[in-house]
Design a protein around this ligand. Structure first.
Ligand SMILES: [Zn+2]
Length: 254
C-alpha cells in the first residue's frame, strides 16, 4: 500500500497590514502529510480521514463536491452525535446523488447546505477543530478511494485552518444559510477574563486593576484573574494598581 508520506514543515509567511511598508512577516511552522491513492490501492485515504473524524472534538467544517462514502458519512454523524459542531456544504448534485450521504447527514440533524447558484461547489476540504485542514483532489466518495488516482494532504496548522474556515463561512454566507461563523475553540489555554469582571487581578504580579485599565490589555490571558470586588481582591492578597487606582487616589484599600 503506497502511502506517499511527506511529513514536513510548511513555512507560511503571513503579511498582515495595510500600510505601504510591509510589516515583518510572521513565520509559523505547520506539519503536512501527503497521501496518494490509485486504482487497486483501496481505502488508503478513507482510513486516515475516518481516523481524523474520530479524533475531532470541537468543530468540523466540510465543503465537499461529492460525498457518497458510507464510512466517512457514518464518521461525520458519529462526530455530530458525540457533540462535535458540524456544518456541511455540498454541491446541489448531491441531494439526489446515488448512494449519497446527504440524506443521512440531514436526518441526523446536521446543518447541510447545497450550492446551486452558479458553477460547481467543487471544493474538497474539511477543517477539523480549527487546526487541521484535509484537502486535495480527493472527494469523500467511493470512487475516489477505489477507482481513481487521487491525493490528499493533512495540514496541521491553525493559520491555514483559519483561511479555509474563512472561505467556508464566506460560501455559507453567500448561500444565506444564516449559520453563525463561529466554532468552538478547542484551545486548552486559559480563557480571557470575562468582561463582566469588575476588577482583574494579575496572578503573576498580585496587582489588581479596574477592568478598563490599560494594563489589563497588556496582561496575558493566563495571568488574568476575575475579581468580583475590592474585598475579594484584598482577601486574595492583591495590591491596587498605581495607574487605575481601584481603591482611590490614596491607593489604600479598605
Ligand atoms: Zn491598573
Amino acid at each position: 500500500m503506497r502511502r506517499g508520506l511527506l511529513v514536513g514543515v510548511l513555512v507560511v509567511l503571513m503579511l498582515v497590514g495595510t500600510g505601504c511598508v510591509p510589516p515583518p512577516p510572521t513565520v509559523v511552522a505547520c506539519e503536512v502529510e501527503a497521501f496518494f491513492t490509485a486504482p487497486g490501492r483501496n481505502r488508503v485515504i478513507e482510513a486516515r480521514i475516518v481516523e481524523a473524524l474520530n479524533l475531532a472534538h470541537g468543530s468540523l467544517l466540510v465543503a465537499m463536491y461529492s460525498f457518497t462514502d458510507d464510512q466517512l458519512g457514518d464518521a461525520v454523524v458519529a462526530a455530530w452525535t458525540r457533540g462535535v459542531k458540524v456544518w456541511v456544504i455540498l454541491d446541489t448534485g448531491q441531494v439526489n446523488a446515488i448512494g449519497g450521504e446527504y440524506a443521512k447527514l440531514v436526518t441526523a440533524g446536521i446543518p447541510v447546505a447545497v450550492e446551486s447558484v452558479s458553477g460547481l461547489m467543487h471544493n474538497k476540504f474539511a477543517v477539523f477543530d480549527s487546526t487541521r485542514v484535509v484537502t486535495g483532489s480527493y472527494n469523500w466518495s467511493n470512487a475516489a478511494d477505489t477507482v481513481n488516482f487521487e491525493n490528499t494532504v493533512f495540514i496541521d496548522c491553525p493559520e491555514i485552518a483559519a483561511a479555509y474556515s474563512a472561505e467556508f463561512w464566506r460560501i455559507s454566507d453567500s448561500l444565506g444559510t444564516g449559520w453563525q461563523a463561529t466554532v468552538v475553540t478547542t484551545s486548552t489555554s486559559a480563557q480571557p477574563a470575562p468582561v463582566s469582571c469588575t476588577y482583574i487581578g494579575n496572578k503573576a504580579s498580585k496587582i489588581f486593576h479596574t477592568a478598563t485599565c490599560g494594563s489589563v490589555k497588556q496582561m496575558s490571558d493566563a495571568n488574568k484573574v476575575c475579581l468580583a470586588s475590592i474585598a475579594d481582591a484584598v482577601a486574595q492578597g492583591y495590591r491596587p494598581c498605581g495607574t487605575c487606582k481601584p481603591c482611590g487616589a490614596d491607593g489604600v484599600c479598605p
